[in-house]
Design a protein around this ligand. Structure first.
Ligand code: HMG
Ligand code: MG
Length: 298
């Protein structure tokens, strides 16, 4: 059974842009986010309050948050790795933050410079403080099916981190195939283990499309009851601490699949295509979404 309605959690401005080497002007980021707002997204991950030494591209987080047009009913979450990030996020008026843990020790070290256990302890404090300040907290489990350093990841390892994030107050946990190595089989095994601890209505999936499996992996997840999908307009993106990982699944590709089933998503495809062409042009590269290229060629 497939859900009647799916929420797209758009990560293009954050996951999509964080890995770009050339500095993208703040103006471009703000215009891109405003175009996504106009396209009807209700969740737009706008930037990260992380160390600019680690992710220089998003060093303008406060300025981006100050300048975007915030539409009523739209949430503009940001990543926060620690209390310093939370302080910045709250000062910029964020109503939602995301903490990001991993199912792999080596990835945790490389991405946020601490062990998984240390990160969960840190995030528990962040989540508690965020909620006390009235902000919602989302959680990520990176490397939920595979790790660039350790290879295959045990489904139970991903499930345990998801459960810990939910217990600390995350309203939703996004299970991430950080390097896009998952297949429908490994996604199913991971979700099966996770669903024993976290219910489907509290889960999202976050698929990178390195091996071209993302759409199949998302469909597998929808069949298992997940109804929130992370994606990135034009298939932008990649994690700086996951070498070889390409972008997120393209939002256009997900929308096209949902439309095929008549699943409601509330997003205006033509407006997405405008945003997609805008950002691809600003980055000087061809549109990374096959669906966008096909629709634009009509
Ligand atoms: P650290 O070096 O251990 O941190 O990094 P520290 O506390 O020792 O601080 C070092 C310096 O950073 C200090 O500055 C701090 O002030 C500063 P200095 O005194 O040297 O001048 N600093 C900060 N500055 C601004 N904002 C902050 C902040 N925190 C410290 N929040 C740390 C630890 C977690 C900070 C670092 O490793 C970091 O920022 N990592 C973020 C990495 C990242 O953003 N990765 C990409 C996002 S995750 C992802 O893409 C996966 C996802 O898409 C899901 C998936 O696909 O898997 C979500
Ligand atoms: Mg990602």
């Amino acid at each position: 059974d497939l859900p009647a309605r799916v929420t797209i959690y758009e990560v293009g401005p954050r996951d999509g842009l964080q890995n770009e080497r050339k500095a993208i002007p703040t103006d471009v980021k703000v215009a891109f986010i405003d175009m996504l707002t106009d396209a009807g997204f209700k969740k737009i991950e706008a930037t990260s309050f992380v160390s600019p030494k680690w992710v220089p591209q998003l060093g303008d987080a406060a300025e981006v948050m100050a300048r975007i047009r915030r539409a009523p009913g739209v949430s503009y979450p940001v990543l926060v790795p620690n209390m310093q990030g939370l302080t910045g996020a709250l000062a910029s008026g964020c109503g939602e933050v995301a903490v990001f843990a991993a199912a792999s020790e080596t990835f945790s070290k490389r991405n946020i410079n601490c062990t998984v256990a240390e990160s969960l302890k840190r995030f528990e404090k962040v989540a508690t403080e965020a909620r006390a300040a009235g902000a919602r907290v989302r959680g990520y489990v990176s490397c939920a099916v595979g790790c660039p350093y350790e290879g295959r990841v045990e489904p139970q390892a991903a499930a345990d981190v998801a459960a810990a994030l939910q217990q600390m107050g995350c309203y939703e946990v996004s299970m991430a195939d950080t390097i896009g190595v998952g297949t429908p089989a490994s996604m199913e095994a991971m979700l099966k283990a996770t669903l024993r601890q976290v219910s489907a209505d509290k889960l999202a999936v976050h698929c990178h499309d390195t091996y071209g499996m993302a759409i199949a992996n998302i469909l597998t997840s929808l069949r298992m009851g997940v109804s929130v999908v992370d994606s990135s307009v034009a298939g932008l993106g990649g994690c700086p601490y996951a070498r070889g990982a390409t972008g997120n699944v393209a939002t256009e590709d997900v929308l096209y699949m949902l439309d095929g089933y008549g699943i409601v998503h509330g997003i205006d495809m033509d407006a997405v295509l405008r945003a997609s062409e805008f950002i691809s042009g600003a980055l000087g590269r061809p549109n990374g979404s096959r669906v966008a290229r096909a629709l634009l060629a009509r």
